[in-house]
Design a protein around this ligand. Structure first.
Ligand code: ARG
Ligand code: ZN
Length: 888
């Protein structure tokens, strides 16, 4: 408990008079306070009498004293909004217990007991979508991180492992399918319209991995034979009541699952460990998916895909998330986390595993660029803002707020650096040792690091700072040349972040290559590790100053500040053999230009020179026959507005937007005919899911994006034609995206057509909302307000809320409307959503929290909205924490 914030008792404590009128604040939990639970729970038996409105839960826990913990005369069981209908100890009803806030404290005298507690819950009233809830008549659960305590009283913490048996009884008509973790042990008909099933999970697990699903479901089934010859039944369940449409869209997910199982055996030596693996797709879901043991529950968005309704990006999303959740079976379930501060132990590692898998499936170059783009547009802003935290945080009020890009994506980058430093073979030795040493345990990040040191032969003493220090390091690069020696001097700074004013230098592994100006070649890539504030490295044998290619493959999650001539960037953008470095050179060229142009302003001649250098590189990208289209599409993409704003200490969103649009229009006009020809070439490539065809579609939409800026009438015609001729969602959505940003008549027609064509398909209707909310159209904000009143909008469905409002908050030109209307809209949403679904509401705070980095006029308006939210009564712990951190 954060003492300074403790409210006074009603009878008043004079010493705390200051706090007397402050409402109660949720306590701060600290990593250093970890203590093991005093009791062990060898077995847990749960009985559910299921109903959408009312469900009765009887949980029977076998408990015994934990010899490794301090003895206690009671057991504290977490609850959240529960009342105990009955409490029994060793078969006897007891009243020797009391409520401590939401938790139940039960007094105990012996060393081993059987506790049995009955609770009653209302799934249909559960709008938070944590615990047991109803979605389209089906019942499902989400327990990570602390949802199990909304089902029954329990030590709801990840280091208490138990073996579960689950018996479910319910009306056959409503719930023909009854699923839980592990294997089905028995089932039967009660002869009164109800039936039952009992599931047993042989693997001890923490409560957050519990799952139950009951509903009218149909399944796509398959099987997988593991490396040691065990047969696993696979099933992907979707609701039956959707004209069977959903079932036909599960093929890609099933193929992805089989590939994931095979890949994890081959690349990490991990074999599956149950007779069944079930996945259920649910429309109402707070996050992407959940790795419950043997019963993964997924957002429909990451299961359903076919060419007609899903883009290439959606296909990749399904493949990546299926892999991610499957991989958790080892990195998460067989080895789980000691406490929630260790979240990155399972999430960072599992993200790295899914990234490596997708690289193997789709090609390394483009996947790496995509992953870096996400990191830089989401995690870098987080790391430089008020919500910055280390990948292993030291404190929180609400753990749901720490399922962040930092814990996930930066966490993955940190482990990827270990892999880069030791190489893939040694890395595998390290992970083997980790899995071997900690199987069946609730482990810590420190355990992982130690296993890496022992198994992979790394010394990670200084490297541990990556776990404790927040903030994106900056590396300033200076290259000088004298005689035949090039000297590379690197200086690092790790910026101060909230609660962490002074930082220490960290080891930063940088892959580099020096290009000889004459031959245009380099003599091999090298890995250097910058460990101190400043370090110099000499390279012999250069008659002229070489061209430096640095942080190749994005070997370290840092910002590189290099003083490099535009002509050298043009060279690297056209010639670098490292695809990421080539992309980076192109980005740097544009970022440098736009930052200068929108910062101090450039005169017309300087703007002209900057644009010409970009045009030269752009032309090389358009005309390079050696380049595949997928990579061409990446190289054509302009850096996003959020990333551009991040480059300035204090940004003016309108100025950057104008400059970026101005450049796009200039390139679009200059290359108009080339782009039209390119569009025609790639339009002739037939649809399939292979790389060539996917690359063609990426380039097709990129070409349209530039044309739309350069010649909107011509682009509008081509886009409308592409829209109507499309035989797949990638082309159709790409065309509609471009049209939605234009003011042409085709805009209205195609938006109406799209909505009519896909009426009833929730995931595609989500796209319809998102396209309008993220559009370049000058009236986007008015469109969003109107869409909030649309009959298809509902605040109860997280996907729909995100499709309208997350898309809007991520659309800087609209969100940052100069009168503050965008800020007000998001604040209103937060206030309306908070009582319904706090976890999702709190996710909308961070866009407002960027105020310190925005020009003063807007910054005041943003802060005022945060203050307005903070002043609201009964704010959830989730939103309260994010708002106070953002203002702090
Ligand atoms: N473990 C899940 C995953 O990343 C995410 C669950 C997050 N749940 C939450 N309530 N924040 O695969
Ligand atoms: Zn995960």
């Amino acid at each position: 408990m954060d003492i300074a914030r403790t409210p006074t008792t009603p009878d008043g404590n004079p010493e705390m008079a200051d706090a007397a009128f402050e409402p109660a604040q949720p306590p701060v939990i600290h990593r250093k306070d970890y203590a093991p639970f005093p009791w062990l729970l060898p077995a847990t038996h749960l009985e559910f009498a299921l109903g959408v409105e009312h469900t009765r839960v009887v949980s029977t826990l076998q408990i015994e004293r934990n010899p490794a913990a301090a003895a206690s005369a009671h057991i504290l069981l977490n609850g959240d909004g529960l009342t105990a209908v009955s409490v029994r100890v060793d078969g006897q009803e007891t009243s020797d217990w009391e409520m401590e806030g939401d938790n139940l404290r039960l007094n105990l005298s012996g060393d081993a007991h059987e506790i049995s507690i009955t609770t009653e819950i209302e799934p249909s009233a559960n709008t938070q979508l944590m615990g047991l809830y109803a979605s389209n008549g089906m019942l499902c659960t989400q327990c990570e991180a602390e949802g199990f305590r909304r089902i029954t009283f329990f030590p709801d913490r990840p280091d208490v492992l138990s073996t579960y048996t689950v018996k479910m009884t319910g009306p056959k008509a409503d719930f023909p399918v009854l699923l839980s973790n592990g294997n089905k042990a028995a089932e039967g008909d009660n002869g009164d319209g109800t039936h039952w099933a009992e599931w047993h999970d042989p693997w001890p697990k923490p409560s957050y991995l519990f799952a139950l699903v009951a509903g009218d479901l149909v399944a796509n089934t398959d099987s997988f034979t593991t490396v040691s010859g065990r047969e696993v039944d696979l099933a992907i369940y979707v609701r039956a009541q959707n004209d069977g449409g959903d079932l036909d869209r599960t093929g890609h997910a099933m193929r992805s699952l089989v590939k994931s199982m095979k890949w994890d055996e081959e690349v990490f030596g991990r074999e599956y460990d149950l007779d069944v693996f079930n996945i259920v797709a649910v429309s109402d879901f707070n996050m992407g998916a959940m790795e419950n043991k043997g019963l993964n529950v997924f957002n429909t968005k990451y299961v359903l895909a076919d060419p007609e309704t899903a883009t290439d990006g959606d296909f990749d999303g399904v493949e990546g998330v299926i892999a991610h959740e499957y991989f958790h079976n080892w990195s998460g379930n067989r080895i789980t986390c000691q406490d929630w501060f260790q979240l990155s132990l399972k999430e960072g590692f599992t993200v790295l595993r899914d990234q490596l898998f997708s690289q193997d499936m789709q090609g390394e170059a483009v996947k790496r660029i995509e992953d870096v783009r996400i990191l830089r547009s989401v995690q870098f802003p987080e790391d430089s803002g008020p919500l910055a935290h280390p990948i292993r945080p030291d404190s929180f009020r609400e753990i749901s707020n720490f399922y962040t890009a930092t814990v996930y994506n930066k966490g993955a980058e940190v482990i990827r650096m270990m892999r880069t430093m030791c190489g893939p073979e040694a890395f595998r030795k390290g992970t083997d040792l980790y899995f071997d040493r900690h199987d069946g345990e609730a482990a810590t990040c420190e355990d992982f690091i130690t296993a890496m040191e022992d198994g992979a032969g790394l010394d990670l003493t200084q490297f541990r700072l990556w776990y404790s220090q927040a903030g994106t390091p900056k590396v300033a690069v200076d290259l000088t040349h004298a005689g035949d020696t090039a000297t590379l001097t690197l200086r690092q700074t790790v910026p101060a972040t909230a609660d962490q004013p002074g930082k220490k230098p960290m080891p930063i592994p940088l892959k580099i290559a020096m290009f000889d100006r004459v031959s245009g070649q380099h003599s091999g890539e090298q890995l250097i590790v910058l460990k101190t504030d400043e370090q110099s490295f000499n390279f012999e044998g250069f008659a002229e100053k070489p061209i430096l290619s640095i942080n190749r493959g994005f070997s370290a999650p840092v910002t590189i500040e290099r003083d490099i001539a535009d002509e050298d960037l043009v060279f690297l953008a056209a010639r670098d053999d490292d695809p990421f470095a080539r992309y980076e050179a192109m980005q740097d060229l544009v970022v440098g230009h736009l930052t200068a142009a929108s910062g101090n302003g450039l005169d017309d001649s300087a703007r002209g020179t900057g644009r010409l250098a970009i045009a030269q590189a752009f032309e090389a990208v358009l005309s390079d026959d050696m380049l595949d289209d997928s990579m061409r599409g990446e190289l054509m993409m302009l850096p996003g507005l959020t990333f551009l704003m991040e480059q300035q200490l204090v940004a003016d969103p309108s100025r950057i937007h104008e400059e970026r649009e101005g450049l796009k229009a200039w390139l679009g006009a200059r290359f108009e005919d080339t782009l039209v020809t390119l569009h025609q070439r790639v339009s002739a490539v037939p649809y399939d899911q292979e790389a060539t065809s996917r690359g063609a579609r990426k380039v097709k939409t990129q070409a349209l994006v530039y044309l739309a800026a350069g010649n909107s009438e011509r682009a509008s015609q081509i886009a409308a034609a592409q829209y109507h001729a499309a035989d797949n969602m990638t082309d159709r959505q790409g065309a509609l995206m471009v049209l939605t940003g234009l003011g042409t008549a085709a805009r209205t027609d195609t938006l109406i057509d799209f909505h009519r064509r896909y009426a009833g398909n929730e995931l595609v209707v989500d796209k319809w909302f998102a396209l309008q909310a993220s559009s370049l159209h000058p009236n986007a904000i008015e469109h969003v307000k109107a869409l909030a009143q649309h009959k298809d909008f509902t605040i109860r469905n997280p996907n729909r809320v995100r499709s309208l409002y997350m898309a809007f908050a991520g659309n800087p030109h609209a969100f940052h409307a100069v009168d503050g209307e965008g800020y007000r809209l998001i604040a209103d949403l937060i206030l309306e959503l908070d009582p319904i679904n706090p976890q999702t509401a709190a996710r909308f705070v961070s866009p407002l929290g960027r105020w310190r980095r925005i020009e003063p006029g807007r910054a005041d308006l943003m802060r005022a909205e945060l203050e307005r939210i903070k002043a609201a009564e009964n704010l959830s712990r989730d939103t309260f924490e994010q708002v106070t951190r953002s203002l702090g």
